[in-house]
Design a binder for this molecule. Structure first.
Ligand code: EPU
Length: 425
């Protein structure tokens, strides 16, 4: 297990290129289970989560190779195995994205229930309910969900839950419905750009999907999908994290491969904080040169402010000139970073799904523990500006979702080093 050692202080300056989106890549990779022939995916980032899904897809009979230019080539070779076991799913929840494609293409899927994780309960009841409405039989045996159906049939499905729409649930039902008989309508579908990217990929493979990007998606089933070449969208969460890295150090960054139209809520909050964000040619320029203003932030489903940037904006607001309020509407318990930021001198008070942030003049470096992917990113951001040295332990969490973040930050001026964690930690 590695740690990051960060000496806070340097202003970040220069250019960074945003990688392809993790949360678009994972379901698109899973969708290749539906396809005949070869698929070539460009922009799939090199991440621990991508490596974990490659391992699962290989077990399910897919050949996967990385070309020297970085493109990922996938092709189904054998359709016998339909089991995503607990060992794989427990480590990487997005493994549940194989459920819809396996059921649609192979007529059965056996997928371990993922269980809870550091950010909350995260059930998959809506995924199973949606697949049942397409005609699948589902039962739970020994912690695995067994789904079966000779041929799925289109249906009208309401996919909303207590916290709004579900991203990977919409992906699972949409993927299964592409090869179902007749028309499926998903109501209360997730509108996230990653769902749109998956639908665009499926359409390029021959699917007939309309309405993606709106809460009502219509899918007319086809008999077969064929692999294609596809470029995955940039990672809006990585882009938001780099914008905040720039803001927290009062720096100036030029980000390429960054789609502002996917991040309007983030841009809105950052501008309210006092960060300048402008498009120049093909780049996004992020700068700020003064003390940051406090703001209110509420996480919501897209196009609202993403929960995957809640921890990072909290780190930023720790240094604002006044009191901010952050409310978490997607994962009410996603606050493990609160106590760790507190170790660095942040003044935070949590009440249920809300945290009051009292801005302080400075944070102080400390050893802190990464608990999940985005919480770890928040601790790195805090470390970039904290006085003295911060050691972020267990950075395998951050390696799950940020491509070489230490190298990227070092290349724009951060004093950050990856070191092997010592035995006693
Ligand atoms: N929910 C249910 N029942 C379900 C599914 C979800 O009640 O069957 C609830 C969840 O507990 C949560 C809300 O609905 O309160 C939204 O969850 P969603 O299903 O949308 O989350 P997800 O699909 O499991 C994806 C991302 C997450 C991101 C969320 C929310 C991927 C691979 N993961 O998860 O990303 O936080 O959407 O935007 O796309 C991350 O990248 O760090 C990450 C956690």
């Amino acid at each position: 297990m590695d740690s990051f050692i960060i000496n806070g202080g340097p202003r970040l300056r220069g250019r960074a290129t945003i990688s392809g989106s993790k949360n678009a890549s994972l379901p698109i990779m899973a969708a290749t289970l539906l396809c005949e022939g070869q698929t070539v995916l460009r922009g799939v980032p090199e991440l621990a989560d991508v490596a974990a899904l490659i391992k699962l897809l290989q077990k399910l009979g897919v050949s996967v190779t990385r070309q020297p230019d970085g493109a990922l080539v996938l092709q189904v070779e054998d359709e016998m195995d339909c089991h995503a076991n607990y060992d794989l799913v427990r480590r990487m929840r997005a493994s549940v994205c194989v459920m819809g494609p396996l059921l649609g293409k192979r007529g059965k899927a056996q997928v371990a229930m993922p269980g809870g994780c550091a950010i909350g309960d995260r059930p998959i009841n809506l995924h199973i309910m949606g697949l049942r409405q397409l005609g699948a039989e589902a039962e739970l045996i020994g912690g695995d969900v067994y789904l079966r159906s000779k041929r799925l049939t289109g249906a009208e499905i309401f996919l909303g839950g207590p916290f709004g729409s579900t991203v990977t649930g919409t992906a699972n039902v949409m993927m299964a419905a592409t090869v179902a008989r007749g028309r499926t309508v998903i109501e209360a579908a997730a509108c996230e750009p990653e769902v749109v990217d998956l639908a665009n990929f499926l359409n390029k493979c021959g699917a007939r999907i309309e309405g993606h990007g709106t809460p009502r998606i219509t899918i007319d089933g086809v008999s077969q999908l064929k692999g294609c070449e596809y470029q995955v969208i940039p990672d809006r969460i990585e882009a938001g994290t780099f914008m905040m890295a720039s803001a927290i150090t009062n720096g100036e960054l030029r980000l390429s491969n960054c789609r502002l139209e996917h991040m309007l809520a983030v841009v809105d909050r950052l501008r309210a904080v006092g960060v300048n964000i402008e498009k120049e040619d093909n780049e996004v320029v992020v700068s700020s040169a003064r003390r940051l203003e406090p703001v209110e932030v509420t996480t919501q489903t897209y196009p609202g402010f993403p929960t995957d940037l809640q921890a990072q904006i909290m780190a930023l607001l720790c240094l604002a000139d006044g009191n901010s309020i952050i409310s978490e509407r997607i994962y009410p318990d996603r606050f493990l970073h609160v106590a760790e930021l507190g170790r660095m001198g942040a003044r935070l008070r949590r009440e249920g799904p809300t945290v009051m942030v009292e801005g302080v003049k400075r944070l102080t470096g400390a050893p802190v523990m990464a608990s999940d992917l985005r919480a770890s990113a928040a601790l790195v951001l805090a470390g970039l500006i904290a006085k003295g040295q911060t050691r972020v332990n267990r950075v395998y969490h951050i390696d799950r979702g940020y491509e070489r973040i230490d190298e990227k930050l070092a290349s724009i001026g951060a004093d950050i080093k990856r070191v092997p964690q010592s035995d006693e930690e």
